[in-house]
Design a protein around this ligand. Structure first.
Ligand SMILES: [Zn+2]
Length: 512
């Protein structure tokens, strides 16, 4: 079973911020989840390094474009290392293999008569790096995103016959039974794309005559490939396609392209058309999440409210930063992120629930059984209840890419244990019924271990740490894979009788 997920390749005019880490962490959680479920996963992120904005940004810093992108690209690699992102590939659009493969695909389209040369005059927004229609401007004649007036540009460019693909795209998007169905999520975004598609498609320019910082068009070296086209093609060149005898190419088509909603059109329309035109398979699913504001404002350097991955890690630690970023707001619609919201979520989910259960349970084992797992028959009632929440709520939400709801399911399962402790009152049992106390504590720890398997994609290091504290043996990720392949094998739990719990440190100190 193969699974291929991508983030967008990030444009290098900006250093990594929470917008990038939101998408990348979400993709990482999905990749880790699929690995646990037995999939062979390819997970690619990368950087988009061509275009006029890069040339301008490099100039401003007194650097050559190549020096500039080499430096900026490292910042993204560092950010993903910091956040423990498990990407299997990192594509740079200045990589030699990407350049060659992009040229191959453009050449195929040209040979098939899908690319032609035409003189073109239109409004161009440098901020968007795209031609923009008058009807898409605001009341002042400015680009909605950049608040600048686009310039009238006249160029002789190569055009791709996008207009030929309206019907085939509509058919594949609308027909869920189509064997090459393109799924778009969430539903409202899908409907927007369909509505716009039904209005018809214009051919699009795929080259620039005036910009050197790009990939040369293979059949006309006076042109470079339009940066957007070059960026989209990276999804397939990142896994080595279309090279022959390349085992990675089995991962194509991509299972999920993940992104923010502003670039959905490129991914749902232009990209599939290029692929279909070149005789390649289109992606199976395109999933967009919303935009978010920071404390009610648009994130911007001018306002000074940009949150970097480093700032999140400094405040919460790596695993908590991962967890909080993706679980604070619903995945799909727009939302608002604030430091106070993050602090509150941290205290509620991590300090009070996950962290508290770890230390509470640990103290009881130390107090009543000198830190040892007692030998007792597993009463599986609580374990089965937790299993039900995890297999039904958690798994269902994860598979629908509702990772914030899946994190709610984790909290629900943790709360089950906390409630059971209140009901059983082990502190009373310690005076009246030692056998029952053994049974209760044993069932708490096994149920807690079970939750850790599902927590792993969010918090790969802390879940292993709690696993060790709980006296469970071995590598959590390996055991999780085995559990998902054969859950019955583990009905008696994970921490074995006689194993010793480790002393618990405070994992999530409360934030005041
Ligand atoms: Zn713009």
């Amino acid at each position: 079973m193969k699974f291929y997920i991508t983030t967008p390749i990030y444009y290098l005019n900006d250093a990594p911020h929470i917008g990038h880490s939101y998408t990348t962490t979400a993709a990482d959680i999905m990749a880790r989840w699929k690995r646990l479920k037995g999939y062979d996963v390819a997970f690619v992120t990368g950087t988009d390094e061509h275009g006029a904005k890069i040339v301008a940004a490099a100039k401003e810093k007194g650097k050559s474009p190549q020096e500039f992108v080499d430096e900026m690209s490292e910042k993204f690699k560092d950010a993903w290392k910091l956040l423990n992102i498990s990407n299997t590939g990192f594509i740079r659009t200045t990589d030699a293999s990407h350049i060659k493969n992009s040229q191959d695909i453009i050449q195929i389209l040209f040979d098939k008569g899908l690319i032609y040369k035409k003189k073109y005059t239109a409004l161009y927004c440098v901020g968007c790096e795209k031609f923009i229609l008058e009807r898409d401007l605001d009341e002042n004649g400015c680009c909605h995103d950049h608040k600048t007036k686009p310039q009238l540009q006249s160029e002789e460019n190569y055009f791709f016959k996008l207009s030929q693909f309206q019907e085939i795209l509509l058919e594949r998007i609308l027909d869920e039974k189509h064997k090459e169905h393109i799924e778009i999520q969430p539903m409202e975004r899908r409907n927007e794309i369909i509505g716009k598609l039904k209005l018809g498609l214009d051919d699009i320019s795929v080259s620039r005559a005036t910009l050197d910082w790009g990939i040369p068009v293979p059949f006309d070296k006076n042109h470079t490939i339009y940066v957007w086209v070059d960026a989209l093609i990276s999804y397939i060149t990142a896994i080595g396609y279309p090279a022959k005898n390349n085992p990675l190419s089995d991962f194509w088509p991509a299972d999920i392209h993940l992104m923010a909603k502003d670039i959905l059109w490129f991914h749902c329309v232009i990209w599939p058309a290029i692929l279909i035109g070149a005789g390649l398979a289109a992606p199976k699913k395109v999933y967009s999440h919303g935009f978010f504001t920071i404390d009610g404002d648009k994130m911007s350097k001018t306002i000074g409210n940009v949150i970097s991955p480093q700032a999140l890690v400094d405040k919460f630690g790596v695993d908590a930063a991962r967890y909080l970023t993706v679980s604070l707001i619903p995945f799909g619609p727009d939302g608002d992120i604030s430091w106070s919201g993050l602090n509150l979520k941290y205290n509620t989910d991590l300090a009070n629930n996950l962290g508290n259960l770890t230390s509470r349970l640990n103290k009881m084992f130390q107090k009543y059984f000198e830190g040892n797992i007692p030998s007792v028959k597993h009463n599986g009632v609580l374990f089965e209840k937790a299993e039900q929440v995890l297999n039904e709520d958690f798994a269902k939400e994860m598979d629908a890419f509702q990772i914030h709801k899946a994190s709610d399911a984790l909290q629900k399962a943790l709360t089950l244990i906390n409630q059971q402790i209140e009901n059983d009152a082990p502190w009373t049992l310690a005076k009246t019924d030692m056998e029952k106390l053994k049974e209760c504590l044993f069932s708490y720890i096994q149920s807690f271990d079970l939750i850790l398997l599902y927590l792993f994609p969010y918090m790969p290091v802390i879940s292993q740490k709690i696993w060790d504290i709980n006296g469970a043996q071995g590598n959590l990720e390996e055991i999780a894979k085995d559990y998902f392949a054969n859950p019955k094998k583990y009905k008696d739990g994970f921490s074995k009788a006689g194993a010793k719990l480790q002393a618990a440190e405070v994992l999530f100190p409360r934030i005041q």
